[in-house]
Design a protein around this ligand. Structure first.
Ligand SMILES: N[C@@H](CCC(=O)N[C@@H](CS)C(=O)NCC(=O)O)C(=O)O
Length: 390
């Protein structure tokens, strides 16, 4: 258990060491100094109490000291931000706040193809590590081979996500090139600043921890790539799992966001890649969602946003086709990513006066005008652990 400042009784994080979104919320809890214990789905309570409440298999899940059960890492952060004002994780100043939401959404949603590709396209090279780690989540006994067998039984389910994420033999090289360009830009940034928005962690960093921790810094093949190519990014993943900076290279860096609502200059190349590489998907995803709304004009509030009304961790409305870096991409639409993007875009749309002008100038310099003009035909929200129309 972690003992900390924000301790109203203990939160329980149901998660796993190898899990994408557990990496995001775990680092948030550590930085937020929230007392928590982490349990794995191998614990009998997961089957007995947690799954019947949520009604589909997923981690991370959080139980509050009052017994409330939360799913979706973003809902957990919203819950804890409402409960604990300090330490600050969302900038107060307008442009930094809008950029933090945007980066957080990108990190959470847009690197799924890269994270999953480096895990599963190199399965043969890291099979033993993966079976042990999947097994760690679901088998808690002393028998090492039983752990690997338990892991192997569930790995194919996740391996099979690659084609619906648009990762195919034709697109893998492009996915990797885009990821390496992002790593290079982030490595320059983390040479200069300990966190994305300067001297304090923020919701931007937690979003990026989703792909960059459990998959890309931990699985053997992408971990080797990250360590050799972008060791400042690797070091940031370590820093993100420590409550305080504890890092000699940033000893004089104030633990605050930059003064005067400034955005670190080394973040601009990162933003340019985000608009370029997430933009193509977002535009296609939004057009698909808006067409679904247009052809179903009387859908009620509370309608599950997923083909067939299914309860899914990653809901979809069907297959998208679009061009990206000269490649034809065919992949599932992801309304959840649109929901996260729209929350950030709404924050940007609310800017006025000087802040509006500074944000617009930043977006223009980094090539984001088309993306920031996206409007959804209907808002969405989370309800009863799934995404629904608001
Ligand atoms: N939007 C969710 C995503 C959670 C998620 O994708 N969890 C993965 C493990 S990291 C999972 O349980 N996947 C099961 C599935 O997709 O069926 C969150 O932020 O918590």
């Amino acid at each position: 258990m972690t003992t900390n400042d924000n301790d109203p009784g203990t939160y329980t994080l149901w998660g796993a060491a190898h899990s994408y979104y557990t990496g995001k919320i775990r680092s948030y809890l550590l930085k937020k100094r929230v007392a928590f214990r982490e349990l794995h789905p191998s614990h009998p309570d997961f089957q007995a109490r947690i799954l019947p409440a949520v009604r589909h298999w997923v981690v991370p899940i959080m139980e509050t000291p009052e017994g409330e059960i939360l799913q979706d890492s973003s809902d957990m952060i919203a819950h804890l931000e409402a409960r604990f004002a300090q330490p600050q994780m969302i900038p107060d100043t307008p442009v930094q706040r809008a950029v933090a939401w945007l980066l957080g959404a990108f990190g959470s949603e847009a690197l799924l193809p890269a994270g999953m590709s480096y895990r599963w396209s190199y399965r043969a090279e890291q099979e033993r590590f993966l079976s042990g780690e999947f097994g760690r989540a679901v088998y808690a006994g002393p028998d090492r081979e039983a752990r690997h067998r338990a892991g192997l039984r569930i790995m194919d389910y996740f391996n099979d996500f690659l084609p619906i994420l648009g990762v195919t033999p034709e697109t893998i090289a492009t996915v990797e090139t885009a990821y390496c360009e992002l790593l290079d830009a982030l490595d320059v940034h983390f040479q200069n600043y300990p966190y994305l928005l300067g001297g304090r962690p923020s919701i931007a960093d937690f979003g990026f921890m989703a792909p960059l921790y459990a998959h890309l810094s931990r699985d053997p093949v992408p971990a080797t790539l990250m360590k050799n190519r972008a060791q400042n990014v690797y070091r940031w993943t370590e820093r993100m799992n420590l409550a305080s900076i504890a890092d000699g290279e940033f000893g004089d860096c104030p633990e605050s966001y930059p003064a005067n609502d400034e955005i670190p200059p080394t973040l601009e190349p990162v933003l340019r890649l985000i608009f370029q590489d997430w933009g193509a998907e977002l535009l296609a995803n939004a057009a698909f969602f808006n067409a679904w709304i247009a052809s179903n004009p009387s859908l009620p509030v509370g309608q599950v946003v997923c083909a067939g009304g299914n309860r899914k961790v990653h809901p979809t409305l069907g297959f998208l086709d679009y061009q990206w870096r000269g490649r034809s991409i065919r992949r599932h639409s992801l309304p959840h990513a649109l929901w996260r993007f729209d929350e950030a875009a709404e924050c940007a749309r609310s800017l006025r006066g000087d802040a509006r002008a500074r944000f617009d100038a930043l977006v223009q310099r980094t090539g984001g005008e088309q993306v920031m003009a996206i409007r959804l035909a209907r808002p969405m929200k989370r309800q009863d652990y799934v995404l629904v129309l608001a």
